[in-house]
Design a protein around this ligand. Structure first.
Ligand SMILES: [Zn+2]
Length: 66
């Protein structure tokens, strides 16, 4: 489950962003993962280990049914 995320997926983290939104889109997947807050468009970069630790659930791709 934890490794099922892919580029452009929408994910929920354990802690919401400072703007109280908890929907993020994965905008970059490399050694580091970059996620973008869907409310304020702020981007946060972290390494995969940290990302997986903070990840709560994968909501899915934008074009998939939620
Ligand atoms: Zn935000």
């Amino acid at each position: 489950m934890k490794n099922n995320y892919k580029l452009n997926d929408i994910v929920e983290m354990k802690k919401p962003h400072a703007c109280q939104t908890n929907s993020w889109q994965i905008t970059r997947m490399g050694v580091d993962i970059k996620i973008k807050c869907l409310n304020c468009n702020r981007e946060v970069m972290m390494d995969r280990l940290e990302f997986e630790k903070k990840l709560k659930r994968i909501i899915g791709g934008k074009n998939e049914q939620v």
